[in-house]
Write a protein that binds this ligand. Structure first.
Ligand code: FAD
Ligand code: NAG
Ligand code: NAG
Ligand code: NAG
Ligand code: NAG
Length: 519
């Protein structure tokens, strides 16, 4: 009241979704389908839909899942290629958002800075920065406030502005361009250049064949090898199914196929690790040129699927090796020099360009400060309820997917669960739902109640159990999963889907009614 201009009232919504990536769009679809009378908006800090697929622009960028399961279950993937390039994925996402009017719900260039829950008001207050600076120049005037009863953090799982820090000795001595795949310069000319890619993950394996098309030479320098599985880019059964059945049936069959086969393959790998290793070695050896030996370059220190398996469609990675345009070196870096890299074993690798494909910096919640009644929420200290809601944080959910199946399968399970919780709250007149350890009713009597609120004996297990380097480093940044009941991590799509659609909603959640009566 003291100022000459009064602040505009905060825009109020039933639900606010943060992020217009594939999880955010999917959550929006579920919400407007299941709860059509609920108001919602999507706040997105970028200028476009797509998230990951809008940010990453390196040559050859593509999915390593099939789009029949990575795509939305409610809008069949139309392309015969199951593994798709980044541009096709973006086009598909834009088409889906447009078709269902979700695009009109997105507010671009609005970055969530802080989310504050007030128990008194039973609502969230979101501080949002307007990134388009055209309207007014002063920073505090670019702040906008939103209110919501429920917030969905569909912000992905990594930091958009900073990749994982790596300690590459004397990297700054290098004279040529040093490129991070997260920020690929659109004007970088790599034709006829010598390129070293540092890393052996999905990004390096995608980049190598693509760069090798025009580069003079591409060398993948890896510290530790990965398994690389060749799959057909275009599913051979797809076109036959499309001929035989109407598209809604052929889509269902394809989706089931891609749900079941990878699941069986992972189960096989977990149960018969030695046989799986033999199988992987055999298929790799058959595709290698004679000058590149299987050991040590394709001999990981772990069994298949203990870490995320890399996919290469139609064996493009191996084709590049056979063409002599690409090479692989398994060694550690002793020092970067002005003109290349010296390895510990004394090799001198020449380079015009160095690509550091060394991983993502894991981060949840889009870097926003989250508080509950003015108390800061420290994500890594919290257990996640059904991998979706955060212990002690009312009316909020995170969209976390799988790392050993399409991400979207997990974030869709979360979206379904969110809608169920919202419907349950409405039906019972509750204004808030908060995951709480003291409200979980373990079936085992061995678990004793500890005065003070928590159940004794909850052990934490990793939320995403794959020992990849960047997930290993991220353990301290992610919330935890528990070892029982609704706190268990996701297991597999079939089970989680069942739990998400039919499972108990009250175990582990405490509700507050409109008249503030704790239940
Ligand atoms: C290169 C790459 C390839 C991948 N390929 C696959 C694959 O083939 N299969 C698979 O299953 N998984 C894959 N993944 C992992 C994961 O599935 C994808 O990253 C997926 O697109 C994640 O979708 P998302 O919507 O959850 O998050 P994102 O795509 O990361 O989208 C999050 C959105 O939230 C916005 N946002 C974040 N913070 C804020 C904030 N504070 N305020 C406002 N907006 C914010 C971002 O701008 C972004 O648009 C890949 C990941 C990468 C990096
Ligand atoms: C995580 O994965 C490893 C290797 O596959 C396995 O040995 C371990 O039991 C798993 N841990 C949990 C908590 O699931
Ligand atoms: C890195 O550079 C510094 C200064 O240029 C040099 O003293 C050092 O020996 C270099 N390190 C290695 C490992 O070569
Ligand atoms: C990413 O990480 C950097 C460095 O830790 C941090 O300063 C920045 O705020 C983070 N970015 C986002 C969008 O959270
Ligand atoms: C996939 O990973 C989850 C943990 O994220 C694990 O519980 C599950 O068993 C894995 N799936 C298979 C088929 O092994």
């Amino acid at each position: 009241m003291g100022s000459t201009t009064t602040d505009p009232p905060a825009a109020e919504y039933d639900v606010i979704i943060i992020g217009a990536g594939i999880s955010g769009i999917n959550a929006a679809y579920r919400l407007q389908t299941e709860l059509p009378d609920y108001s919602y908006t999507i706040l997105e800090s970028r200028t476009a839909i797509g998230g990951t697929w809008d940010l990453f622009r390196y040559p050859g960028i593509r999915s390593d899942s099939d789009l029949h399961t990575f795509g939305f279950p409610w809008r069949p993937w139309p392309n015969p290629k199951a593994i798709a390039d980044g541009a096709s994925i973006l086009e598909y996402m834009n088409g889906c958002a447009e078709e269902f009017g979700i695009d009109r719900k997105i507010q671009y260039e609005k970055k969530l800075l802080a989310a504050e829950w007030s128990s008194k008001e039973a609502s969230w207050t979101l501080s949002v920065e307007r990134l388009s600076k055209s309207e007014c120049e002063e920073k505090d005037q670019n702040l906008e406030t939103f209110k919501a009863r429920f917030v969905v953090f569909a912000t992905g799982y990594y930091n958009y502005s900073t990749p994982l820090e790596t300690n590459i000795p004397n990297l700054s001595d290098f004279k040529g361009p040093i490129v991070q795949p997260q920020f690929w310069p659109s004007d970088l000319d790599h034709a006829n250049k010598k390129i070293i890619i540092i890393g052996s993950g999905a990004t390096a394996i995608t980049l190598l064949p693509s760069l090798a098309e025009t580069a003079l030479k591409v060398t993948m320098l890896q510290r530790s090898p990965s398994y690389i599985l060749t799959v057909p880019a275009e599913d051979p059964s797809g076109s036959l199914l499309r001929k035989l059945f109407p598209s809604w049936i052929s889509h269902r069959i394809l989706r089931w196929k891609f749900l079941v086969l990878p699941f069986l393959f992972i189960t096989f790998c977990k149960n018969f690790p030695n046989a799986a290793k033999k199988l992987m070695r055999r298929q790799t050896r058959a595709q290698l040129p004679s000058n590149i030996p299987l050991d040590p370059h394709f001999n990981p220190s772990y069994y298949p699927w203990e870490q995320r398996l890399c996919i290469c469609p139609d064996g493009d990675f191996y084709t590049a090796l056979r063409n002599g345009k690409a090479d692989i070196v398994t060694d550690t870096i002793s020092s970067v020099t002005a003109t290349g890299i010296r390895t510990t074993s004394g090799q001198e690798l020449e380079a015009d360009i160095i690509v550091t494909a060394t991983g993502l910096k894991v981060q949840l919640g889009g870097g926003a400060k989250v508080t509950v009644d003015s108390n800061p929420v420290v994500f890594p200290e919290k257990f996640l309820w059904k991998s979706t809601m955060i212990e002690g944080v009312p009316n909020a959910a995170v969209s976390i997917g799988y790392t050993n199946a399409s991400w979207t399968l997990g974030s869709d399970t979360a979206a379904f669960l969110i809608c169920r919780v919202l419907k349950y709250m409405r039906a019972n007149g509750f204004e808030s739902a908060t995951p709480s350890l003291s409200n979980d009713r373990p079936s085992s009597s061995a678990v004793k109640y500890k005065t003070g609120g928590d159940w004794k004996g909850m052990r934490s297990t990793p939320l995403l159990n794959l020992s990849s380097t960047y997930l290993e480093k991220a353990k301290g940044d992610l919330p935890k999963a528990g070892n029982r009941g609704p706190w268990l991590p996701r297991s597999n799509y079939f089970f989680d889907r069942w739990v998400g659609v039919w499972g108990d909603l009250t175990s582990g959640l405490s509700f507050v009614g409109i008249e503030k009566k704790e239940v």
